[in-house]
Design a protein around this ligand. Structure first.
Ligand code: 5AD
Ligand code: SF4
Length: 442
């Protein structure tokens, strides 16, 4: 038996969908009368909301568990109840109990059962729930109360693409879309709770659809009509789901921000094929051309993997040349990490040595940094709206985001949640400085 927990701490790793799930788990525990604490080491219940995408992300959970217990031991406190949630929970299930003796293991589709699982654990029995009832959790989660000006809203989960390196189709299951009305209702609730910008989330968010075939663009147009909502974003998208309606929305829907995260992973057709990306370099570039024709100022970002099995220096040069051709505003890049159960993990030919991966990653990141600095430099002198999200380090300084998702800092008496019009007066490689123009320009 352990005492029933009174305080809790949720720590999310990995993608924005985990951030969303982490917030919702927090709301769920708060609705049970528990109090949130920022200090994991002081909490009676710690939820580790984990990521399984790369090996390093997965290993983090085990080192965190060890650290939590060590700190409790050294402070002569009882160890907290530890719940492992997220994609490691889904992938490893009861093995985590065997390996790390945690109290609760709960998958990303089952976390609405967390209170019952925690009660079971407090009664002394480890509790595991990795069922995958499609979207069942959304129906029973408590209402949104207080959120930040820029809020996340999960609209789609899972993936049917089966890129050969990726665990997502296994940990998050098949592609499913939440119902249209439920999403619009949640968006309105988020606005009532303080959101002025909503980022629609999904592993393949642009695959969102319903029986009427409204598509993500239909959803975006419905959200465009939500009063009090000023900005709409969405992430992450797959090139093959980027349909004409969505591209047109970028030209026509003012609230839809000029930003598109469209991972390509590699620039060589040979590697794209081995990755089972089911698009080519040329089709990806042609797609971006259509997007840019619709919204010329759009900021593009991508994900890249270096060192996929069989990647030669010539293949890697194709990735660099694709980056040169596109000119991304931002990008995320990773060393290939073989994941158990994925087809690529069986590809033993053409193994790329660690030092080669490190060297390629450095070259790739230098190219990305160069393009990001150039994109930021091009915003110098522009006037744009900034959504104030938090206080800066200096007195009177606030931080917010430009329409192109750049961080902007400025001196202002505007408050968190205000949308203000700003002139960009300095462009650094990672952020911009602005001067305020009119209040509440939006
Ligand atoms: N190794 C390295 N990076 C990966 N990603 C997905 N799976 C792997 C893997 N096995 C990257 C992809 C994806 C991003 C979320 O993580 O670039 O777009
Ligand atoms: Fe993974 Fe590919 Fe699906 Fe993205 S599209 S989640 S990389 S399988």
């Amino acid at each position: 038996m352990k005492p029933t927990p009174k305080t809790f701490h949720v720590k999310s790793f990995g993608c924005q969908m985990n951030v969303y799930d982490g917030e919702r788990m927090g709301e769920l525990m708060a609705a049970q009368g528990m109090t949130a604490t920022d200090d994991a080491n002081a909490a009676d219940l710690v939820v580790l909301n984990t990521c399984h995408i790369r090996e390093r992300a997965t290993e983090k959970v085990y080192s965190d568990i060890g650290r939590l217990r060590k700190v409790a031991r050294e402070a002569d406190r009882p160890a907290p109840i530890i719940a492992v949630a997220g994609c490691v929970a889904q992938a490893e299930g009861a093995e985590i109990v065997a390996r790390a003796k945690v109290d609760v293991v709960v998958g990303p589709q089952a976390y609405h059962n967390l209170p019952g699982l925690v009660a079971q654990a407090a009664a002394g029995a480890a509790a595991v729930d990795t069922d995958m009832p499609a979207t069942a959790k959304f129906g029973v989660l408590p209402a949104r109360r207080k959120v930040s000006p820029s809020a996340f809203l999960t609209v789609q989960e899972g993936c049917d693409k089966f890129c050969t390196y990726c665990v997502v189709p296994y940990t998050r299951g098949a592609e499913i879309s939440r119902p249209f009305d439920a999403i619009v209702d949640e968006a309105k609730a988020l606005v009532d709770a303080g959101a002025r910008e909503i980022t629609l989330l999904g592993q393949n968010v642009n695959a969102w659809d319903d029986a009427e075939g409204r598509g993500l663009h239909g959803l975006i147009r419905a959200l465009d009509r939500v009063e009090g909502l000023h900005r709409i974003r969405y992430t992450t998208s797959h090139p093959n789901d980027m349909r004409e309606g969505l591209i047109r929305a970028h030209a026509e829907v003012e609230k839809l921000m000029p930003y598109l995260h469209l991972p390509v992973q590699a620039g060589s057709d040979r590697i794209l094929k081995a990755m089972n990306r089911s698009h080519s370099r040329a089709s990806y570039l042609a797609l971006l051309e259509r997007v840019r024709a619709a919204r010329p100022d759009i900021a593009l970002s991508g994900d890249f993997i270096v060192g996929f099995p069989g990647e030669t220096e010539a293949d890697f040069a194709d990735t660099l040349s694709l980056i040169d051709e596109v000119g991304y505003a931002a990008s995320f890049s990773f060393k290939y990490s073989p994941r158990p159960g994925t087809p690529a993990a069986e590809m033993t030919d053409g193994f790329v040595p660690e030092e080669v991966m490190v060297e390629r990653l450095q070259r790739l990141q230098a190219a990305i940094a160069r393009d990001q600095a150039a994109f930021n430099a091009a915003t110098f002198g522009k006037r744009c709206t900034v959504l104030i999200e938090r206080k800066g380090k200096l007195p009177g300084q606030m931080l917010g985001k430009s329409p192109w998702l750049q961080s902007v800092h400025l001196m202002t008496d505007a408050q968190i949640g205000d949308l203000i019009e700003v002139d960009i007066v300095r462009a650094d490689p990672n952020s911009l400085a602005g001067v305020e123009r009119l209040r509440d320009a939006a």
